[in-house]
Structure formats: C-alpha cells, structure tokens
Design a protein around this ligand. Structure first.
Ligand code: SAM
Length: 280
C-alpha cells in the first residue's frame, strides 16, 4: 500500500471544532507528527485517541528539516502519516511547509483535512469588506519590509489579515494607521474560546470594546478601492526590477513606460531604472 501524508487541522481553542474526518484520520495514522508532542498528547487524549499503535513524533520549526528523511522512508513503506500543529492549520504561520514540499518532490501523495484556522475565523466575524484579502501572517517587528508589505497590499485594495501577539497589537495598529489611513479595523481576540471578542473601530481611534492585551489576536483591516493614480514608489521599483529581469526591453524603454504612468520625467525614470539595474 502506498503511504500518504495527511495535513490535518486541529481546533484553535474550542475542542468541538475538530472534524469527524480529522478524528478518523488521526486514529488511522501510524505516525502523527506534532509541532509540540506534549501539547498534542493532551488533544489526542481529549479525543480518546490511544497512542498504542501510533507513533507520536515531534516536528517543530527546528526539527522539520531533520524529519524529512524519516518521513520519506516511512511513506515508502506504506505508512499513513498525519501532520498537526499546536492549533489550526499546519503550515499557516506554523511549521510543515518544507516537509510537504519534500514529500511532493519525492512523488508521495498528500491529502488535506481542512478545518479551523484563525485567519478564516477572523475574516468571518470581522463584518468588513474582505472579498479579497492578503494574509500577511506575523509582520516583521520593524524595518522597511514591514511597511512595504502592508502598503503594497493596502494600495492594491486588499483587506489585510495580520497575526499579532497581544502586547504588540497597539503598536501595529498605530503603524497600520500611518500606512493605510483611517480604515475600519477589527481585532479578533480569543476566537472560538470562552472570551471571544471582536474589538471594532477605525484605525487611529479607540476600539470598542477597548482592546485588552490578553489571549491571542488577529487584526483585520478593511479592503478598499485599488489606487491607480498614487502607486507607491515601491510598487514601481518592483515592476522595474521585473521588467529588467525579463530582459525584453532596454533600460530606456522601461524608463519611458515608467514616465508615462507616473509623474516622473523621462530623465528621472531613466536614473531610477539604472539604479535598480545596478542593484540587481
Ligand atoms: N496555524 C494557526 C492557524 O491556522 O490559525 C496559526 C498559528 S500562529 C503560530 C498563532 C497565531 O494565530 C496567534 O498569535 C494569533 O495571531 C492567531 N490565533 C491562533 N488562534 C487564535 C485564536 N483562537 N484567536 C485569535 N487568534 C488566534
């Protein structure tokens, strides 16, 4: 029998959210790879899943790479291996991505068992325009990348979903206000748990109810119209880099295009193109 890697979602706070399929999958596994075995042992015990015939192995962020040879070997021998994280969907701001990549590259089948994930739960309860959204995960704590990522997604008219630790929420809200303006925002806290709360408001103003630094939190910022006229310079720079890498247009031709769609003169655009070319 061919082995298979099953990627299984587990609850983000409410045990009742585990799916029937997830329980069946975990029960019928020969190996369960867990982000944290102590944590998952409690979950499995609450689900009455005995570990007599199941090997529970750790597969945290720093162990994932080392687990790959064993996983490939056991899949070759026909094992059914489940991958779980501490909560929600594995791989979504959690370990597992490199392992799944290696399993696919080695031509072993994978299966997904979808279920709870904080990103979806937060969007569901936000009550904002989130038809199209960008999931930014945990932002870098500081630096240009943090600002660039937010501005690019926001300028493209996308709603933003950001994972944040509670003691950094206020600082991140202040930054979001600077970069996105006074958009509607919701901080979804303790989703699916006893004290689930949606703190609603506008960036730059107080939330209601007032935010408290407790539990786990997801920030959702409302999406809007795509801004055509005021493309931030970062977006232009990325476009220039992509055109240079495609090697189909000369630097002058790229500069001409840039000048046509921005308020830069041809000379300014050409200097910018040359600067980016030199930095590539
Ligand atoms: N893999 C998980 C998922 O599918 O949502 C996310 C894991 S990530 C390490 C943990 C972050 O997810 C938390 O810091 C928080 O931002 C968010 N999160 C997870 N559970 C949550 C909950 N019950 N309520 C609010 N946010 C939650």
């Amino acid at each position: 029998m061919a082995g298979v890697l099953k990627i299984v979602c587990t609850p983000i706070g409410n045990l009742g959210d585990i799916s029937l399929r997830a329980i069946e999958t975990l029960k019928s596994s020969t190996i369960i790879l867990a982000e944290n075995t102590a944590h998952s042992r409690k979950l499995l015990s609450a689900l009455h899943i005995e570990l007599k015939n199941i090997q529970l192995l750790s597969c945290g962020q720093h162990e994932e790479e080392n687990r790959i040879p064993l996983v490939l070997d056991r899949l070759g021998k026909g094992d059914v291996i489940s991958l779980i994280s501490d909560a929600g969907a594995p791989i979504i701001s959690d370990p597992g991505g490199r392992l799944v990549e290696a399993v696919i590259a080695a031509d072993h089948p994978i299966e997904v068992i979808p279920g709870p994930s904080a990103v979806i739960a937060a969007l569901m309860g936000a009550g904002l325009i989130t038809t199209r959204f960008a999931f930014l995960g945990f932002l870098a704590k500081k630096g240009k990348e943090r600002e660039r990522l937010v501005k690019n997604a926001s300028t493209a008219g996308l709603a933003l979903v950001i994972y944040e630790s509670p003691h950094r929420v206020e600082k991140t809200l202040a930054d979001l206000c600077k970069w996105c303006g006074p958009k509607r925002v919701v901080v979804a806290r303790e989703l699916t748990k006893q004290f689930e709360t949606f703190h609603r408001g506008i960036l730059g103003q107080e939330l209601s109810p007032l935010f408290v630094e407790k539990g786990e939190a997801v920030i959702v910022v409302e999406g809007g119209e795509v801004s055509q006229e005021n493309s931030p310079i970062e977006i232009i720079e990325e476009e220039i880099a992509a055109l240079l890498q495609a090697k189909q247009l000369t630097a002058r031709e790229i500069a001409k295009q840039v000048a046509q769609k921005t308020d830069m003169s041809s000379k300014q655009a050409y200097i910018l193109v040359l600067q980016i070319k030199n930095a590539l």
